[in-house]
Design a protein around this ligand. Structure first.
Ligand SMILES: [Zn+2]
Length: 246
């Protein structure tokens, strides 16, 4: 009931405020490329799917693209796999080939939502060069203070048996370290250890700050989203950010 009402409110907002301004109705040939930015755990993944549905643009995650190409054993997929098997980073050129091939699909004719790309200024420049003047970019930057992210991520627990997720503080099991559903033991993933999360955030900031600056310098491209709020509030803020002209 609440969900439905929320959906209608959001739909109403879209019509009233005219996401159309940002969503290229004024020029139907202009593609809208939405770039999702934000540290791990900031909620990009949570909002990408619903956003894609609401504005009818496909959600393209580079992680999914890698997996899809590997699963289908495409030429690009074989190359990606050989880099990953050696524990190496997939080179930009290959990521670009895969992404631009995907963007040729007819479902991207109005644009798309990019998740996990660009990660660096040189990737952003390659995207600009590819798009030329036939598109506009809106970069949504999901902001959450590091301290909040560290608490969110390092508090995660998972059941060894049924994989049910918990959180030490926000969603604790009834009995410490025991799964409510199946009685299995709970553990926290190595990746979620506080020192590892800190390190990941450090790497993220170092890598992405120049990218955020790059979009901030261009009028109307960077839109800040306070991602500490409730899921519903963040989604509303995303819709508002997309509907503003700049
Ligand atoms: Zn369990």
């Amino acid at each position: 009931m609440f969900r439905k009402l929320f959906a209608w409110v959001v739909m109403g907002c879209i019509m009233l405020t005219g996401v159309g301004n940002a969503m290229s109705q004024s020029n139907p040939k202009l593609m809208t490329i939405i770039v999702l930015l934000g540290p791990p755990g900031a909620g990009k993944g949570t909002h990408a799917g619903p956003l894609s549905e609401h504005i009818s643009l496909p959600h393209i995650s580079t992680g999914d693209l890698f997996r899809e190409n590997i699963r289908n054993n495409t030429v690009l997929g074989q190359k990606v796999k050989s880099f990953m098997d050696q524990g190496k980073l997939v080179p930009d050129e290959l990521v670009l080939d895969m992404l631009f091939q995907r963007m040729e699909n007819p479902d991207c004719v109005r644009g798309c939502i990019l998740d996990g790309f660009p990660r660096t200024v040189s990737q952003a420049k390659a995207l600009d060069a590819k798009l030329g003047k036939k598109s506009r970019i809106i970069a949504l930057n999901f902001n959450v203070p590091d301290a909040v992210l560290i608490e969110r991520i390092s508090g995660r627990l998972i059941c060894k048996e049924c994989k049910k997720p918990y959180h030490k503080r926000f969603d604790p099991p009834r009995q410490a370290n025991v799964c409510d559903a199946c009685g299995g033991a709970l553990y926290s993933r190595d990746d979620d250890q506080e020192n590892i999360v800190r390190k990941r955030l450090e790497v993220y900031h170092e890598e992405s700050q120049p990218l955020i600056d790059y979009y901030a310098k261009r009028k109307g491209e960077l839109r800040e989203i306070d991602s500490q709020n409730s899921k519903e509030q963040v989604f509303r803020d995303v819709m508002i950010a997309l509907s503003s002209k700049d």
